[in-house]
Design a binder for this molecule. Structure first.
Ligand code: GLP
Length: 282
């Protein structure tokens, strides 16, 4: 696993957006060989999405041959509700780029058969050959997507009951009223995320410092589901300084030193920045 530490949210967003841009460009997607991208919602990815929109507008990046799968969606919220993840994704990203509507996949939290909806979502991912790059964020309790503490690390897309902590955390989007926060969601499983060929997780803010420490300094544990990233062959966490507050100094120094060595290698040993991104093992 790699850990990249940046000063603040803006720098983290810039790093992740550049990373996604470089990955898509290097992949050189076509209609027959599209790039399959997994996407999160929440406040963490907004800066990244803004930057991706800038890249599209400046002609640096096209989403013509990009297929997306979103991580999760609330159950029972109308699709056009201001806090549905459908609305979030179209407002913050899809409406501003050249992605084809048929290439966007977001779970339908109002499907008549929620179980069938989840199974079909997994089948769709399989039909396009799996996810190339899954972007993620985490909740303060270390959950990825809506894989709350105690979720099976082999879980697949399914209906999930939200943990009380998550309901409280997300009440900020529902006028601070926990009564208005949906209690159920559809979510990809931990294994659905970890099946992606690459996983990039953004963690920012002091309120996520304990989760970051649990995720990278302790063992793989279903109580901190993002810790499953330790088992991923191409796992990357991009975090800000605030979120490192609970890490050992040694951990921070170790990961910073790895990045310094990578930086020093760029332009030497025939390695480019892209080589460091894609071919140096984690
Ligand atoms: N289901 C989403 C997660 O996918 C997201 O990572 C988390 C963090 O949100 P934020 O980025 O706003 O802290 O919120 C929700 O629980």
């Amino acid at each position: 696993m790699r850990l990249i530490i940046r000063e603040d949210y803006d720098e983290v967003s810039n790093y992740v957006a550049n990373y996604v841009k470089e990955r898509i460009k290097q992949f050189a997607p076509t209609a027959d060989r599209p790039f399959v991208l997994g996407l999160p919602t929440g406040s963490s990815p907004i800066g990244t999405y803004n930057k991706l929109v800038d890249f599209f507008k400046s002609g640096e990046l096209s989403f013509e041959h990009v297929i997306t799968f979103n991580m999760d969606e609330y159950v029972g919220l109308p699709k056009n509700h201001p806090q549905s993840y459908h609305t979030f994704m179209w407002t913050n990203l899809f409406a501003h780029i050249n992605i084809k509507a048929e290439n966007v996949h977001i779970l339908d939290g109002n499907a008549p058969d929620l179980d069938a909806e989840c199974k079909e979502f997994e089948a769709k991912i399989a039909r396009v050959g799996g996810i190339e790059l899954f972007l993620g964020g985490i909740g303060p309790d270390g959950h990825i997507a809506f894989n709350e503490p105690g979720s099976s690390l082999t879980s697949r897309t399914r209906v999930k009951t939200l943990a009380y902590e998550t309901i409280i955390a997300n009440a900020r989007f529902f006028e601070g009223d926990i009564g208005k926060v949906p209690k159920l969601a559809l979510t990809v499983g931990v294994a659905t995320v970890m099946d992606a060929r690459e996983v990039v997780v953004t963690i920012t803010g002091a309120h996520k410092a304990i989760a970051l420490a649990k995720c990278i300094e302790e063992g793989v544990n279903h109580m901190w589901t993002v810790s499953a990233i330790q088992m991923h062959p191409k796992g990357l966490i991009v975090c800000d300084e605030d979120s490192t507050l609970e890490l050992h100094v040694k951990t921070v120094k170790y990961f910073k030193s790895i990045e310094h060595v990578h930086q020093a290698l760029i332009g030497t040993e025939n390695l480019s920045l892209q080589d460091i991104f894609f071919f140096v093992g984690t």
